[in-house]
Design a protein around this ligand. Sequence first.
Ligand SMILES: *[C@@H]1O[C@H](CO)[C@@H](O)[C@H](O)[C@H]1NC(C)=O
Length: 122
Amino acid sequence: MSSIFKLLSLTVFLALVFQAYGMCTLSDISIKHYETHDFAHGMPVWRVSITNNCGCPQSQVKLNCTGFQSYIGIDQALLAVSDTECLVKQGAPIPAAQSVFFRYAWLPKFKFEPISSKIGCT
Ligand SMILES: *[C@@H]1O[C@H](CO)[C@@H](O)[C@H](O)[C@H]1NC(C)=O
């Protein structure tokens, strides 16, 4: 029993150490939609969070924006939209455990997928 507990503690400890020292991946970027109850030209306005769940900053975060459309302008400083890719925060780092928020208006919700990033501490 106690050795299982030790093993578990060690696993948790190592997981924290690895996270703090840059063992992060693109899947540590999570994207969520929130309803705003606002509408633009009949389309729902969504508030989107892009969160860095890694213990290190991630910069040059790019999302797949193929087919992305919005009835409202997107703040370029938060999300620079091109034909196929969106660059988050002009490539500036998203600090550990922090989020970037932006709004867009469309239906259905667009499935933003992270395609690349640079992990800050390795
Ligand atoms: C981006 O999404 C489109 C449409 O789903 C897909 O065809 C394309 O392969 C994706 N690009 C990358 C780099 O994942």
